[in-house]
Design a protein around this ligand. Structure first.
Ligand code: HAM
Length: 424
C-alpha cells in the first residue's frame, strides 16, 4: 500500500513530460524578449491583505479559494492565487516606475487555488503572464493580446477564439450596476443560491455564472458595452482598430466579466473549443486603479496570464508537435574492476568536455549494457573489457552504422569529441 500520494489537485511532472514544459518555458521567454518584456520572480507567499485588496474581497478566489495560514508570528499569509498583485507590489516596493516610465515584465510560476479539481482545474497550477505598467495607450492592450496569441501560435495552437469586452471604469460601471440591479430585481427567485447572494453585493458576477438557469436569465441582461463613458468607449474603439490593423480576429463578448475585481476598460479571454468546461487558456485586461489601490500614485497598467496545464492539454488535443527527448551521446560499457575505473574516468572527462555520457551502475553483463546503450539511443558506445585493456585500447561502436574501431585509451575522449563534432 502506498503510504502517501500527491494531494488532489496537484500533479507531478514526470521526466518524460519535462522536455515539453521546458520547451514551452523557453518559447515563452524568447517571445517575451522579442516584445521587450523582462522576467521577474516574486515569492510564492505574500501577506493575505495584498490579495484581499487587489484580487478583491468579493471574488470567488478570495472568498473560497485561497490557501491562507497563520505563520509562527501569527501573521496571515497566503500562497499566491495569481501573479498580478505580487508583481504590482514589487513594482511599488522597488520604485520600478522611477527607473522606467513603462515597465514591461513577465513571469512564469506556480499558483494556488483551492478549487474543486477536474480536467484543467488544479489546486497547484502554473501560469506565465505579462504585465505592462505605466501606459494608458490602447496600443499596449493590443500588444498584450498579440503577445499572448503569438505564443499560442508558436506552440502550434490554431483553434483559439479571442473573447473581447470592456468592463468600463468605476465612473461608468456604477450607473450600469444600477441598471443591472433593476434587471435582476424581479428575478431573484430564479437565480442559483450563489447568485442570490451576489445579487446585491456584486451583480456583475451573475453574468459569469455557469448555472444553466442563471445563464438563461442573463441572456437579455444589459451589457456594460452600452454604458461605456466618453473615456472608456473611445479606448475600446481604438483597441479594436489596433487589433484590426494587426489582423487579429476577435469576438465581442457582451457579457464577458472576469473573476477578479481590479479590471478597468479592456478585458479578454482566449478560449479553446477543445477543452470542455475549463476552456479559458488565459485572460487578462487593464487594471488602471490597482497601483493606486495598493498605495502608490495612479498608474495605468494592462496584462494577461495563461494557464500552462491548460495550454498543454489543448496542445495535446490539437496534436501539436512535442520536442524530441534528450539522450546522452555516449555510453561507456565495461567489464571488470579495472575497466570500471577507466570507464568512470572517461565519463568524467567527457562531461567536462560538454559531452553527455552515462555508464552502468547495476553490475550488468556486457550484453545487458549494450542493450541499455541501445535503449538510451546514444550515438557511440565505448566498450572496455579485459581483452581491450590488455591492448591498452577500447572499442568505439558507432551505434547508427554499427561500425567499430579500436582507439587507444588515452585518446578516447579527444576521439569522441572529434567524431561527435563532425556528426553535428
Ligand atoms: P485568471 O483568469 O484568474 O487571471 O487566470 C488565468 C489563467 O490561469 C486561466 O485562464 C487558466 O488558464 C489558468 N487557471 C486559473 N485557475 C486555474 C486552475 N485552478 N487550474 C488550472 N489553471 C487555472 C489571472 O490570474 C490574472 N492575474 C490575469 C491577469 C494578468 N490580468 C491582468 N494581468
Amino acid at each position: 500500500m502506498l503510504k502517501y500520494k500527491a494531494l488532489r489537485g496537484t500533479q507531478d511532472i514526470l521526466p518524460e513530460e519535462m522536455p515539453l514544459w521546458r520547451q514551452l518555458e523557453e518559447m515563452v521567454g524568447r517571445k517575451m524578449k522579442f516584445y521587450n518584456y523582462r522576467e521577474i520572480a516574486t515569492p510564492t507567499f505574500e501577506h493575505t491583505g495584498l490579495f484581499v485588496h487587489s484580487t478583491g474581497a468579493d471574488t470567488e478566489i478570495v472568498e473560497k479559494q485561497m490557501y491562507t495560514f497563520l505563520d509562527k508570528g501569527g501573521r496571515s499569509l497566503t500562497l499566491r492565487p495569481e501573479g498580478t498583485p505580487p508583481v504590482v507590489r514589487t513594482y511599488i516596493e522597488h520604485s520600478l516606475g522611477m527607473k522606467k516610465p513603462l515597465q514591461k515584465l513577465f513571469y512564469i510560476g506556480s499558483m494556488y487555488r483551492q478549487e474543486n479539481p477536474q480536467a484543467g482545474r488544479l489546486r497547484q497550477f502554473h501560469q506565465f503572464g505579462a504585465e505592462a505598467i505605466g501606459s494608458i495607450a490602447p496600443a499596449l492592450d493590443a500588444e498584450i493580446i498579440a503577445l499572448f496569441l503569438d505564443i499560442c501560435e508558436d506552440l502550434g495552437l490554431k483553434e483559439l477564439s479571442l473573447q473581447l469586452g470592456s468592463i468600463g471604469c468605476p465612473g461608468c460601471r456604477s450607473p450600469y450596476r444600477e441598471k443591472l440591479l433593476g434587471f435582476f430585481a424581479d428575478k431573484d427567485d430564479l437565480l442559483c443560491d450563489d447568485c442570490k447572494q451576489r445579487h446585491q453585493r456584486n451583480p456583475l458576477r451573475i453574468l459569469d455564472c455557469k448555472n444553466p438557469s442563471c445563464r438563461r436569465i442573463t441572456e437579455d441582461a444589459p451589457s456594460m458595452l452600452d454604458y461605456l463613458c466618453d473615456d472608456c468607449g473611445p479606448h475600446f474603439q481604438e483597441l479594436k482598430a489596433h487589433l484590426d490593423a494587426l489582423d487579429i480576429h476577435y469576438q465581442i463578448n457582451r457579457r464577458l466579466v472576469r473573476g477578479l475585481d481590479y479590471y478597468t476598460k479592456t478585458i479578454f479571454e482566449v478560449v479553446s473549443p477543445q477543452l470542455g468546461a475549463q476552456d479559458a487558456l488565459g485572460g487578462g485586461g487593464r487594471y488602471d486603479g490597482l497601483v493606486e489601490e495598493l498605495g502608490a500614485k495612479p498608474t495605468p497598467a494592462v496584462g494577461f496570464a495563461a494557464g500552462i496545464e491548460r495550454i498543454l492539454l489543448a496542445m495535446e488535443k490539437e496534436n501539436c508537435p512535442s520536442p524530441e527527448p534528450c539522450h546522452p551521446k555516449v555510453y561507456v560499457a565495461s567489464m571488470g574492476e579495472e575497466a570500471k575505473r577507466l570507464a568512470v574516468r572517461l565519463l568524467q572527462k567527457l562531461r567536462t568536455q560538454m559531452v553527455s555520457a552515462d555508464t552502468d551502475y547495476l553490475d550488468r553483463s556486457l550484453k545487458s549494457q549494450m542493450r541499455a546503450a541501445n535503449n538510451l539511443k546514444v550515438e557511440y558506445t565505448v566498450i572496455i573489457g579485459q581483452e581491450e585493456l590488455n591492448k591498452g585500447k577500447a572499442l568505439v561502436r558507432n551505434m547508427r552504422s554499427s561500425q567499430q574501431e579500436e582507439v587507444g585509451i588515452e585518446k578516447l575522449c579527444d576521439y569522441l569529441v572529434e567524431v561527435l563534432n563532425q556528426n553535428q
